[in-house]
Design a protein around this ligand. Structure first.
Ligand code: FES
Length: 187
């Protein structure tokens, strides 16, 4: 490069160097722009799509769930039990002493104030993750009137609290909110 530059006129060499520099700078600029353009689809793919965001929550119409019934809905690939508890069942759950519980938690802390009859829990046993029975009509509810996990015999009460069997924890209460008095949004 030094030989070529010394054979040319000073002005043209200087101009040539500048032009090569310019070409390098410009081509470098194109590389950077090209890399940015190539990266955009990948960056764009990292943003959750609108349909993915919609799947992160699920709205549940409570109107068809009669007192004493429960339903199972799917949320983020997991079953969720939504139970409409009769008043007597709520009272019975609130009369349970915390000292009787393996994972002590008040019923009041597992439901939302003003919607005390609605119990919303994950339908995932806290032992090894089986789906307990008791949400569908005719299924066994276990010895404590809530849910029964047939895999290894865990019994949950009508507050979803573990009462007997190998499960260590209460059924998890997911994040949810009442959108109207008869509709909740889970997630
Ligand atoms: S997975 Fe439910 S008792 Fe074992």
């Amino acid at each position: 490069m030094a030989i070529a530059d010394s054979s040319a006129a000073p002005g043209s060499t200087e101009h040539g160097v500048r032009r090569r520099d310019f070409i390098h700078i410009v081509s470098g600029g194109f590389v950077a722009a090209g890399a940015a353009a190539a990266a955009w689809p990948f960056i764009s793919q990292m943003n959750p799509a609108a349909d993915t965001r919609a799947l992160s929550t699920v709205e549940v119409d409570l109107a068809p769930v009669a007192s004493g019934q429960a339903i199972k809905v799917m949320w983020q690939g997991k079953p969720v039990f939504v139970r409409n508890r009769p008043e007597a069942e709520v009272k019975a759950m609130r009369a349970v002493s915390l000292s009787e519980l393996r994972d002590p938690q008040k019923d009041e802390d597992r439901v939302q104030a003003g919607h005390d009859n609605w119990l919303v829990t994950l339908g995932v046993c806290t032992h090894l993750g089986c789906v307990p029975l008791g949400a569908a009509q005719g299924e066994p509810k276990g010895e404590y009137g809530g849910y029964f996990c047939p895999c290894h015999g865990s019994h949950y009460d009508a507050s979803g609290r573990i009462r007997k069997g190998p499960a260590p924890k209460n059924l998890e209460v997911p994040t949810y909110a009442f959108k109207t008095p008869t509709a909740i949004v889970i997630g």
